[in-house]
Design a protein around this ligand. Structure first.
Ligand code: HPA
Length: 270
Protein backbone atom coordinates (compact mmCIF):
# COMPACT_ATOMS: atom_id res chain seq x y z
CA UNK A 1 0.00 0.00 0.00
CA UNK A 2 2.81 2.47 0.89
CA UNK A 3 4.41 1.96 -2.53
CA UNK A 4 1.08 2.38 -4.37
CA UNK A 5 0.33 5.59 -2.48
CA UNK A 6 3.80 7.01 -3.26
CA UNK A 7 3.50 5.98 -6.91
CA UNK A 8 0.13 7.70 -7.24
CA UNK A 9 1.39 10.79 -5.43
CA UNK A 10 4.44 11.01 -7.74
CA UNK A 11 2.20 10.69 -10.80
CA UNK A 12 -0.03 13.52 -9.58
CA UNK A 13 2.86 15.76 -8.49
CA UNK A 14 4.43 15.47 -11.94
CA UNK A 15 1.26 16.92 -13.43
CA UNK A 16 0.06 19.33 -10.80
CA UNK A 17 1.97 22.30 -9.52
CA UNK A 18 -0.03 23.01 -6.36
CA UNK A 19 0.47 21.73 -2.82
CA UNK A 20 -2.94 21.58 -1.14
CA UNK A 21 -3.47 22.31 2.55
CA UNK A 22 -7.15 21.32 2.61
CA UNK A 23 -8.77 18.18 1.21
CA UNK A 24 -12.52 18.16 0.67
CA UNK A 25 -14.59 15.06 -0.05
CA UNK A 26 -17.84 15.97 -1.77
CA UNK A 27 -20.77 13.67 -1.09
CA UNK A 28 -24.04 12.99 -2.93
CA UNK A 29 -25.42 16.09 -4.61
CA UNK A 30 -22.69 18.33 -3.21
CA UNK A 31 -20.29 18.16 -6.14
CA UNK A 32 -20.86 21.78 -7.20
CA UNK A 33 -18.63 22.98 -4.35
CA UNK A 34 -15.84 23.22 -6.93
CA UNK A 35 -17.64 26.29 -8.33
CA UNK A 36 -16.42 28.08 -5.20
CA UNK A 37 -12.83 27.31 -6.20
CA UNK A 38 -10.50 28.94 -8.68
CA UNK A 39 -9.87 25.64 -10.39
CA UNK A 40 -6.35 25.12 -11.68
CA UNK A 41 -6.18 21.41 -12.49
CA UNK A 42 -8.69 18.59 -12.90
CA UNK A 43 -7.59 14.97 -12.92
CA UNK A 44 -10.28 12.37 -13.73
CA UNK A 45 -10.00 9.33 -11.47
CA UNK A 46 -9.79 7.15 -14.57
CA UNK A 47 -6.39 8.71 -15.39
CA UNK A 48 -4.90 8.29 -11.91
CA UNK A 49 -2.92 5.09 -11.35
CA UNK A 50 -4.23 2.83 -8.55
CA UNK A 51 -7.39 4.94 -8.10
CA UNK A 52 -10.77 3.20 -8.02
CA UNK A 53 -13.47 4.56 -10.36
CA UNK A 54 -16.71 5.84 -8.85
CA UNK A 55 -19.82 4.01 -10.05
CA UNK A 56 -22.67 5.92 -8.40
CA UNK A 57 -25.02 8.35 -10.11
CA UNK A 58 -24.62 11.85 -8.65
CA UNK A 59 -20.95 11.22 -7.93
CA UNK A 60 -18.56 12.51 -10.54
CA UNK A 61 -15.05 11.17 -10.50
CA UNK A 62 -12.22 13.67 -10.44
CA UNK A 63 -9.63 15.32 -8.25
CA UNK A 64 -10.04 19.07 -8.56
CA UNK A 65 -7.13 21.33 -7.54
CA UNK A 66 -7.38 25.04 -7.00
CA UNK A 67 -7.59 27.89 -4.52
CA UNK A 68 -10.18 29.54 -2.32
CA UNK A 69 -8.78 32.97 -1.49
CA UNK A 70 -5.18 32.23 -0.58
CA UNK A 71 -5.91 28.66 0.58
CA UNK A 72 -4.86 25.73 -1.58
CA UNK A 73 -7.46 23.01 -1.89
CA UNK A 74 -7.91 19.61 -3.48
CA UNK A 75 -11.50 18.38 -3.79
CA UNK A 76 -12.58 14.82 -4.42
CA UNK A 77 -15.56 15.12 -6.71
CA UNK A 78 -17.04 11.73 -5.99
CA UNK A 79 -16.02 9.20 -3.38
CA UNK A 80 -15.90 5.41 -3.09
CA UNK A 81 -18.26 3.31 -1.06
CA UNK A 82 -17.93 -0.18 0.38
CA UNK A 83 -21.25 -1.17 -1.23
CA UNK A 84 -19.73 -0.61 -4.68
CA UNK A 85 -17.63 -3.69 -4.03
CA UNK A 86 -14.37 -2.07 -2.95
CA UNK A 87 -12.52 -3.16 0.15
CA UNK A 88 -12.24 -0.55 2.90
CA UNK A 89 -8.56 -0.15 1.97
CA UNK A 90 -9.63 0.75 -1.57
CA UNK A 91 -12.41 3.04 -0.32
CA UNK A 92 -9.87 5.01 1.73
CA UNK A 93 -6.90 4.90 -0.65
CA UNK A 94 -7.57 8.43 -1.96
CA UNK A 95 -7.43 9.84 1.59
CA UNK A 96 -3.90 8.45 1.91
CA UNK A 97 -2.99 10.02 -1.41
CA UNK A 98 -4.36 13.41 -0.35
CA UNK A 99 -2.28 13.29 2.82
CA UNK A 100 0.93 12.75 0.86
CA UNK A 101 -0.03 15.44 -1.64
CA UNK A 102 0.31 17.74 1.35
CA UNK A 103 -3.04 18.22 3.08
CA UNK A 104 -3.22 18.53 6.86
CA UNK A 105 -6.97 19.15 7.12
CA UNK A 106 -9.77 17.05 5.66
CA UNK A 107 -13.38 18.18 5.24
CA UNK A 108 -15.94 15.49 4.44
CA UNK A 109 -19.56 15.87 3.44
CA UNK A 110 -22.35 13.39 2.95
CA UNK A 111 -26.08 12.85 2.70
CA UNK A 112 -27.76 10.92 5.49
CA UNK A 113 -31.07 9.77 6.87
CA UNK A 114 -32.18 11.53 10.06
CA UNK A 115 -33.42 9.59 13.08
CA UNK A 116 -33.43 12.46 15.57
CA UNK A 117 -37.10 13.54 15.73
CA UNK A 118 -36.03 17.21 15.98
CA UNK A 119 -34.46 16.99 12.51
CA UNK A 120 -36.08 17.90 9.19
CA UNK A 121 -35.21 17.10 5.59
CA UNK A 122 -32.73 19.70 4.39
CA UNK A 123 -31.10 20.21 7.80
CA UNK A 124 -27.34 20.57 7.93
CA UNK A 125 -25.69 18.60 10.73
CA UNK A 126 -22.12 19.08 11.89
CA UNK A 127 -20.75 15.64 12.69
CA UNK A 128 -19.43 15.75 16.23
CA UNK A 129 -18.80 12.02 16.49
CA UNK A 130 -19.52 8.78 14.69
CA UNK A 131 -20.34 5.15 15.33
CA UNK A 132 -18.55 2.66 13.12
CA UNK A 133 -21.03 -0.06 12.15
CA UNK A 134 -19.34 -1.04 8.93
CA UNK A 135 -18.52 -4.73 8.39
CA UNK A 136 -14.83 -4.20 7.57
CA UNK A 137 -12.21 -1.98 9.18
CA UNK A 138 -9.83 -0.02 6.93
CA UNK A 139 -6.95 -0.49 9.42
CA UNK A 140 -7.35 -4.27 9.75
CA UNK A 141 -4.13 -6.13 8.95
CA UNK A 142 -0.44 -5.38 9.42
CA UNK A 143 0.01 -1.74 10.39
CA UNK A 144 2.42 0.39 8.39
CA UNK A 145 3.92 2.81 10.94
CA UNK A 146 4.86 5.21 8.14
CA UNK A 147 1.14 6.06 7.92
CA UNK A 148 0.36 6.04 11.62
CA UNK A 149 0.15 3.99 14.82
CA UNK A 150 -1.40 0.55 15.28
CA UNK A 151 -3.93 1.78 17.83
CA UNK A 152 -5.50 5.06 16.85
CA UNK A 153 -6.97 7.39 19.44
CA UNK A 154 -10.51 8.26 18.41
CA UNK A 155 -11.47 10.58 21.27
CA UNK A 156 -11.66 13.55 18.90
CA UNK A 157 -12.37 12.21 15.40
CA UNK A 158 -13.88 15.55 14.38
CA UNK A 159 -11.85 18.63 15.31
CA UNK A 160 -13.53 20.54 18.11
CA UNK A 161 -11.74 23.70 16.99
CA UNK A 162 -13.08 23.39 13.46
CA UNK A 163 -16.59 22.68 14.77
CA UNK A 164 -16.44 25.79 16.99
CA UNK A 165 -15.24 27.91 14.08
CA UNK A 166 -17.96 26.55 11.78
CA UNK A 167 -20.64 27.37 14.38
CA UNK A 168 -19.35 30.95 14.68
CA UNK A 169 -19.35 31.34 10.93
CA UNK A 170 -22.83 29.83 10.60
CA UNK A 171 -24.15 32.36 13.13
CA UNK A 172 -22.78 35.23 11.11
CA UNK A 173 -24.05 33.75 7.86
CA UNK A 174 -27.49 32.98 9.31
CA UNK A 175 -27.14 29.29 8.54
CA UNK A 176 -28.94 27.04 10.98
CA UNK A 177 -26.96 24.02 12.07
CA UNK A 178 -27.62 20.83 13.95
CA UNK A 179 -24.83 18.93 15.65
CA UNK A 180 -24.93 15.20 16.10
CA UNK A 181 -23.63 11.66 15.74
CA UNK A 182 -23.40 9.88 12.38
CA UNK A 183 -23.68 6.11 12.25
CA UNK A 184 -22.09 4.39 9.26
CA UNK A 185 -23.66 1.25 7.79
CA UNK A 186 -22.60 -0.58 4.65
CA UNK A 187 -25.74 -0.08 2.50
CA UNK A 188 -26.70 -0.11 -0.31
CA UNK A 189 -30.22 -0.68 1.02
CA UNK A 190 -31.81 2.17 2.91
CA UNK A 191 -32.75 1.12 6.40
CA UNK A 192 -35.90 -0.69 7.40
CA UNK A 193 -38.04 0.98 10.03
CA UNK A 194 -36.62 -1.41 12.61
CA UNK A 195 -33.08 -0.49 11.56
CA UNK A 196 -33.74 3.27 11.78
CA UNK A 197 -35.09 2.61 15.26
CA UNK A 198 -31.94 0.66 16.13
CA UNK A 199 -29.77 3.55 14.90
CA UNK A 200 -31.65 5.92 17.16
CA UNK A 201 -31.44 3.60 20.18
CA UNK A 202 -27.69 3.20 19.59
CA UNK A 203 -27.29 6.92 20.15
CA UNK A 204 -26.91 8.33 16.64
CA UNK A 205 -28.79 11.22 15.06
CA UNK A 206 -28.42 10.11 11.46
CA UNK A 207 -27.28 7.19 9.34
CA UNK A 208 -25.39 6.88 6.08
CA UNK A 209 -23.15 4.71 3.94
CA UNK A 210 -19.85 6.60 3.81
CA UNK A 211 -17.51 8.91 5.74
CA UNK A 212 -16.63 6.70 8.72
CA UNK A 213 -13.81 4.73 7.00
CA UNK A 214 -12.40 7.92 5.47
CA UNK A 215 -12.32 9.65 8.84
CA UNK A 216 -10.71 6.64 10.52
CA UNK A 217 -7.92 6.65 7.93
CA UNK A 218 -7.58 10.44 8.16
CA UNK A 219 -7.14 10.17 11.93
CA UNK A 220 -4.68 7.30 11.48
CA UNK A 221 -2.50 9.82 9.63
CA UNK A 222 -3.28 12.61 12.12
CA UNK A 223 -5.24 14.81 9.71
CA UNK A 224 -7.46 17.37 11.40
CA UNK A 225 -10.94 16.40 10.27
CA UNK A 226 -14.29 18.13 9.91
CA UNK A 227 -17.57 16.57 8.73
CA UNK A 228 -20.94 17.87 7.65
CA UNK A 229 -24.04 15.85 6.81
CA UNK A 230 -27.15 16.92 4.92
CA UNK A 231 -30.30 15.23 6.20
CA UNK A 232 -31.98 14.10 2.98
CA UNK A 233 -34.74 11.92 4.43
CA UNK A 234 -36.18 11.01 7.78
CA UNK A 235 -36.27 7.45 9.04
CA UNK A 236 -39.68 7.71 10.56
CA UNK A 237 -42.94 5.96 9.80
CA UNK A 238 -44.53 8.83 7.89
CA UNK A 239 -41.90 9.31 5.23
CA UNK A 240 -40.15 6.00 4.89
CA UNK A 241 -41.93 4.89 1.71
CA UNK A 242 -40.73 7.89 -0.23
CA UNK A 243 -36.96 7.39 0.10
CA UNK A 244 -35.14 6.90 -3.17
CA UNK A 245 -31.70 7.87 -4.40
CA UNK A 246 -33.22 10.61 -6.59
CA UNK A 247 -34.93 12.13 -3.58
CA UNK A 248 -31.70 11.99 -1.61
CA UNK A 249 -29.95 13.87 -4.43
CA UNK A 250 -32.77 16.40 -4.71
CA UNK A 251 -32.77 17.16 -0.98
CA UNK A 252 -28.98 17.37 -0.91
CA UNK A 253 -29.04 19.83 -3.80
CA UNK A 254 -31.50 22.07 -1.95
CA UNK A 255 -29.13 22.35 1.00
CA UNK A 256 -26.10 22.60 -1.25
CA UNK A 257 -25.73 26.41 -1.46
CA UNK A 258 -25.58 26.66 2.35
CA UNK A 259 -23.13 23.78 2.71
CA UNK A 260 -20.97 25.24 -0.05
CA UNK A 261 -20.86 28.63 1.65
CA UNK A 262 -20.12 27.16 5.06
CA UNK A 263 -17.23 25.01 3.82
CA UNK A 264 -15.83 27.88 1.76
CA UNK A 265 -15.90 30.25 4.73
CA UNK A 266 -14.36 27.63 7.01
CA UNK A 267 -11.49 27.14 4.58
CA UNK A 268 -11.00 30.90 4.27
CA UNK A 269 -11.20 31.71 7.95
CA UNK A 270 -9.92 28.68 9.88
N1 HPA B 1 -29.86 5.81 5.04
C1 HPA B 1 -28.62 5.56 4.67
N2 HPA B 1 -27.92 6.34 3.87
C2 HPA B 1 -28.50 7.46 3.45
C3 HPA B 1 -29.80 7.79 3.80
C4 HPA B 1 -30.52 6.92 4.65
O1 HPA B 1 -31.68 7.15 5.00
N3 HPA B 1 -30.09 8.98 3.21
C5 HPA B 1 -28.98 9.34 2.51
N4 HPA B 1 -28.02 8.43 2.64
Amino acid sequence: MWEEVQQTVSYIKERIDLTPEYGVILGSGLGSFTEEMNVEFVLPYSEIPNFPVSTVQGHKGALVFGTIGDKKVVAMQGRFHYYEGYSMKEVTFPVRVLKFLGINKLIVSNASGGVNPAYRVGDIMLIKDHINFAPEHPLRGINDERFGPRFVNMSEPYSRKMIAKAKDLADTLNIELKEGVYLGLQGPTFETLAEYKMVKILGADCVGMSTVPEVIVARHMDLETFGVSVITDMGDEDSIETISHDEVLEAAQLAEPKVRTLIKELILKY
